[in-house]
Design a protein around this ligand. Structure first.
Ligand code: ATP
Ligand code: MG
Length: 265
């Protein structure tokens, strides 16, 4: 079996995640209006929509960074309150935001362990980082994701955008999550680097990890996602299998209702 999920509790009834009737208001603006989102075990869900459609808001609620005004979330069949990012992580939900928050002057191994350094000794205030152990664990994780780094000691500032994204994803699977949320992981990447990230998503899935993947590049979503959920101005307007739809239809759903008065073509 996969390395991921090995110490997770067993499945409950239904899908891994069920967000039901989620409404989120920012003052007078309704960013999400009664939105449902399901994610099954080991499923890749592509979340698409025009700028301001509510994608980041929806995943921020699941990630514990925002609270919904209405609606509920079931995780493994249990009703859950996700009050903070820590609570999301505890459940098994990890999020990689577009701003990766990597430390440029620290090496690859150090970045993988950022905020959870392993210490060999701990004498009062003096703590010694165990470099060897960190490197070994970092190597393991990178291996699981098929990421090759010549040196764990390379400073992150010297890496490409794709490599940085890979480190952020690798870091997210430390806790052996059930779900990894990726908000526009390919937005700043060149084509080859994007392909690498899409491969990473498949690797996560092979590990039994579910993924919510936000992207404006519909070709990427079609090639990677098992299901595509479309938001339009805070409303869910589509929930489709890539085989049952095409890019044109998804674009129409994304912009439908806003450009109707314009002439076609
Ligand atoms: N913290 C906030 N305060 C007020 N309004 C917000 C806040 N966050 C988001 N919004 C508004 O909520 C709506 C949805 O924004 P959101 O960031 O979820 O869209 P998105 O689909 O992620 O867009 P993009 O593709 O541009 O990232 C937008 O109208 C946005 O301006
Ligand atoms: Mg966004």
């Amino acid at each position: 079996m996969s390395k991921g999920n090995k110490n997770k509790t067993s499945r409950g009834e239904g899908p891994l995640v069920e967000m039901k009737n989620i409404t989120k208001r920012f003052g007078g603006l309704t960013a999400l209006n009664n939105v449902d989102l399901d994610v099954d075990y080991a499923e890749v869900v592509g979340l698409v929509g025009d700028n301001g459609a509510g994608k980041s808001t929806l995943i921020s609620i699941l990630a514990g960074a925002l609270r919904q005004n209405e609606g509920e979330i079931l995780f493994k069949g249990d009703d859950v309150e996700i009050r903070s990012p820590e609570e999301a992580k505890k459940l098994g939900i990890e999020t990689v935001y577009q701003d990766l928050a990597l430390a440029d002057n620290i090496d690859v191994a150090g970045n993988l362990f950022l905020g959870r350094e392993e210490y060999r000794f701990s004498f009062g205030p003096l703590r010694f980082l165990d470099k060897g152990e960190m490197e070994e664990r970092a190597r393991e994780i990178l291996e699981v994701l098929n990421i090759g780094f010549d040196s764990m000691r390379t400073k992150v500032r010297n890496l490409s955008g794709g490599q940085r994204q890979a480190i952020a994803v690798a870091r997210s699977i430390f806790t052996e999550p059930d779900l990894v949320i990726l908000d526009e992981p390919t937005a700043a990447l060149a084509v080859e680097e994007s392909k690498r990230v899409l491969q990473l998503i498949e690797d996560l899935q092979d590990q039994g990890i579910s993924v919510i993947f936000i992207s404006h590049t519909l070709q990427e979503v079609f090639s990677t996602a098992d299901r595509i959920v479309v938001l339009n101005q805070g409303n869910k307007v589509g929930d489709l299998k890539p085989d049952d739809t095409d890019v044109d239809q998804v674009i129409k759903l994304m912009i439908g209702g806003r450009y109707e008065s314009q002439p076609q073509g």
